[in-house]
Design a protein around this ligand. Sequence first.
Ligand SMILES: [Zn+2]
Length: 325
Amino acid sequence: MKHALGIDVGGTTIKCSLVYENGKLGEKVILPVVKGEEASLTLNKLFDLVSPLLDNGDKDFIGIGIGCPGMINSKKGTCDDATNLGWHNVDLKRAFEDRFHVSAFVENDANAALLGEATFGVGKEYRHMVFLTLGTGVGSGLFLNGKIYSGNEGKGAELGHMSIDFHGRQCACGRKGCLECYASATALTADAKLAMAKHKESLLWNICKDLDSCDPASAFEAEKQGDKTAKEVVDNYVRYLGEGCLNLCNIFRPEAILLGGGVAKQGENLSSRVQSYLSERNYGLLGLNVPSTKVLVSSLGSDAGIYGAAALAFIANREWQKAVK
Ligand SMILES: [Zn+2]
């Protein structure tokens, strides 16, 4: 069965596994990231780690895909800058091709996760999708007309920096009111903490004990237990995320908006609420025949990046393309 190696480079770990065309994963190997380590040293460790997974001369092995954070040039296969890793001008494609003598492909991490969902996960049946990762910030990817949208220099799109209130919160990017300032996991936690400080009677205090242990799941948990303050926090979060999604519906008219990242672990409880928000307000409600947009949560979770990295190799493989058509 055809298979490819998927490598998901993250800020704290690098996860690798073979991915088979039927969607099964092989053994997963993980390399912890050492802050400040030379990229060449990290790559050598990575080569040693994945070598045992690869069998020289295996005709069903079709290539290596790498999903990497930071500024990625997917055409050249380089990581131009990844601040969290301290990587600068790292030619990933060439390094892997020289070492393993198979084709290697590189994509930014959000695009790779989106491609994983579009090829092996919940997005399989869609050709037009917007992907938002609700994590430290709000990352994004676009899958349009059945392909990843690469953007100028392959740098994709920064949908998290779409302003939804230009008098709003100050964003790290320099503008005000960016979606990221309201819909990231960081923003949700900060809002829950503010609400806790104001409402000493809130059940959030039973769940978190103190402000420091508040996390993106806290408000959702307290709400389930009937807490009014937490419900307000979550409703407000859904409203901002929903307004951002409505803008994206109007701009891209996607079949689906896919939510990933920490907050998407809330699953159906999150997607159904954003779905209702959109369904009640989407353009076209006044009798115009506009198709609706489905709100989905990531089905591959933290493995989406590995799947998507491997999918880069599958998609580049013409025989596999013919077989799935
Ligand atoms: Zn911004």
